[in-house]
Design a protein. Sequence first.
Length: 41
Amino acid sequence: MIDRYAPGEYLVWRTLNNLPSSLVSWLQVFNFEFFFQKKAD
């Protein structure tokens, strides 16, 4: 599963897993929107 992600993305997810869940949820929403904006380009 881990090797699906680039090393940078894996570090981001590892960091997210160590943060308080409310902050994680907010960052996941932000990441989600950013991902789709990036894909739309």
